[in-house]
Design a protein around this ligand. Structure first.
Ligand SMILES: [Zn+2]
Length: 287
């Protein structure tokens, strides 16, 4: 398989106190920019498409096939995970696995715990047969993602343990104060709760949603407290948009797509490079 799973990367990362960046793709130019940065940094990387924009990107099969081709064409040698972010149904997760994704997140966080466990387990059973990893969520990450806004609901430790122990997931997205999209003021992460849950779970790492906009010193602490996967989407998109906005404003006669979009790609590449260095995953590709 071209793609590896979270199982191949996260336990090692958690053990050695670093995290792997998950960077969301918003067009195939994101794939190229993210891969270029990861290869240059010799860092394992997670490419993710959030379920809500899968259709905009052309569907699961097109994403998996095209991404695989890009990895081959670019002669990428660092480990790459192709992950479905916030898969909203069991069917959608299964379709992603069939299409060639090496990892899926099943987001049953809005369901009662019992149902979340039952449905997550069904995804895990299917994924295991295909050597695909599964992430699941407890609580509610706040903010706005792809047009949907919700408040923060902190994860309950006992619910986290039950979900992990009854399903055998590979990563847990426990909502502990992070938000999707931009933060209003300093993020208030529940570090005490994070430590308590992480100490109990031991081998199963956290995935941090809403990693954009969290100050560097807090990011370092989330890694020390069990996060081995950190999701970044907003910051790449903001850098892309701001760079292109400035370029067009300063050069009103410019209309060449390679000049415009190429500059946007470089902005994404820069953010990804900085995050890889912050997360400590640079030069971890060989381990
Ligand atoms: Zn998320």
């Amino acid at each position: 398989m071209v793609f590896v799973s979270l199982k191949d990367l996260l336990p090692e990362a958690k053990k050695n106190n670093y995290a792997i960046g998950q960077f969301n793709i918003n067009s195939f130019q994101w794939v190229e920019a993210i891969l270029r940065a990861a290869q240059q940094q010799n860092a394992p990387v997670i490419l993710a498409s959030t379920d809500r924009i899968v259709d905009y990107l052309g569907g699961l099969r097109l994403i998996a096939t095209t991404t695989k081709k890009i990895v081959e064409e670019m002669k990428i040698t660092v480990p790459v995970v192709l992950h479905l972010d916030h898969g909203f149904t069991i069917e959608r997760c299964k379709e992603a696995i069939d299409a060639g994704y090496s990892s899926v997140m099943y987001d049953g966080s809005k369901l009662p715990l019992k149902e979340n466990i039952a449905q997550t387990k069904e995804v895990v059973d299917y994924a295991k047969r295909h050597h695909v990893s599964v992430e699941a969520e407890i609580g509610s990450v706040g903010g706005t993602e792809d047009g949907v806004t919700s408040g923060i609901k902190y994860a309950d430790p006992n619910e986290c343990y039950q979900l992990v122990e009854s399903t055998g997931i590979d990563a847990l997205a426990a909502a502990l104060g992070s938000v999707h999209g931009p933060y209003q003021g300093e993020p208030k992460l529940a570090f005490d709760l994070m430590k308590e849950i992480s100490d109990h779970l031991q081998a199963v790492p956290f995935a941090l949603h809403g990693g954009s906009g969290i100050p560097d010193h807090q990011i370092v602490k989330t890694i020390a407290y069990g996060h081995a996967k950190i999701n970044v989407n907003t910051e790449c998109n903001q850098a892309w948009a701001q760079t292109i906005r400035e370029l067009l404003t300063n050069n009103p006669a410019l209309y060449s797509p390679p000049d415009i979009l190429g500059t946007g790609m470089k902005a994404i590449e820069k953010v990804v490079t900085e995050k890889i260095q912050l997360f400590g995953s640079a030069n971890k590709a060989a381990s």
